[in-house]
Design a protein around this ligand. Structure first.
Ligand code: NAD
Length: 239
């Protein structure tokens, strides 16, 4: 598989290491210093593009790949206000797109666990719920994309919670996401249910970036030859 890496920072480099070890070839590496090399012709040399840049550039980069007819895996977080727009561009282009707020297999299993726990807790209003996430200090967006996915799963099942807030909750309808930035944490997420009698919490702690990078390569292998919009649920057969 020929891969274009759009974003060659911590994630792009971790992806390169795993992809090359699996026998794939990197045909294009784009970072902020060589954006002029990110042409339609250059990206069309690849079977798939893997985009990990920043909240400010992700939409434009994904759009460029889709318009070039190249399937794209996107891991940049913090830009999903433009999700509907990118979805319709993908449909218009009859393209292929897979976005995940977190590519690690462990976190995707954790998403399933979070949903299951929220379903169980839906009938127990004596428990309040909150989320915590810890990342390294260079992370641009807060709360993390993963925390937003976890929060939306909770909101879907716990009827008393109406919206998430990235601060301590001021009323019962708010689901608080507490964000902390501490080096060198690659990513910790906790969901905590508390009652006057006891607490129940589930925690996922990433030890390094290999989980995200490995999942992104797996996702790239999965979308080759497919059309449409996919998630890690399909990649991991959890759908
Ligand atoms: N979905 C996941 O599993 C997951 C995991 C880790 C990180 N992330 C997200 O991935 C993104 C990148 O993370 P990182 O740790 O590699 O960051 P990083 O800062 O180490 O690297 C970012 C890269 O993007 C490049 N870049 C920035 N603006 C660009 C532009 N306009 N055009 C082209 N390239 C540009 C930078 O030069 C750099 O090479 C962030 O949004 C982060 O939150 C997602």
């Amino acid at each position: 598989m020929k891969i274009a890496l759009i974003g060659y920072g911590k994630m792009g480099q971790a992806i390169e290491e795993i992809a090359v070890a699996k026998g794939h070839e990197i045909v294009l590496k784009i970072s902020i210093d060589n954006t002029a090399d990110f042409t339609t012709e250059a990206v069309q040399q690849a079977d798939v593009a893997i985009e990990f840049t920043s909240p400010h550039s992700a939409f434009e980069n994904v759009q460029k790949c889709l318009e070039a007819g190249v399937p794209v895996i996107c891991g940049s977080t913090g830009w999903l206000d433009k999700w509907d727009e990118i979805k319709s561009i993908c449909q218009q282009q009859n393209g292929t797109l897979l976005y995940a707020s977190n590519f690690s297999i462990g976190v995707n299993l954790f998403f399933e666990l979070n949903t299951y726990l929220a379903k169980l807790m839906a009938n127990h209003p004596e428990y309040d719920v909150l989320l915590e996430e810890i990342h390294h200090t260079q992370k641009r967006d807060a709360p993390s994309g993963t925390a937003i996915t976890l929060a939306e799963q909770v909101l879907h099942h716990i009827a008393s919670k109406k919206q998430w807030v990235n601060e301590p909750a001021t009323n019962k309808e708010q689901l608080s996401i507490v964000s902390e930035r501490i080096d060198p944490a690659p990513g910790t997420h906790k969901i905590k249910y508390t009652s006057p009698i006891d607490d129940i919490e589930i925690i996922h702690t990433a030890h390094n970036r290999k989980g995200f990078a490995g999942g992104a390569v797996l996702a790239a292998e999965f979308i080759i030859g497919k059309k449409g919009i996919f998630t890690m649920k399909e990649v991991l057969n959890l759908a």
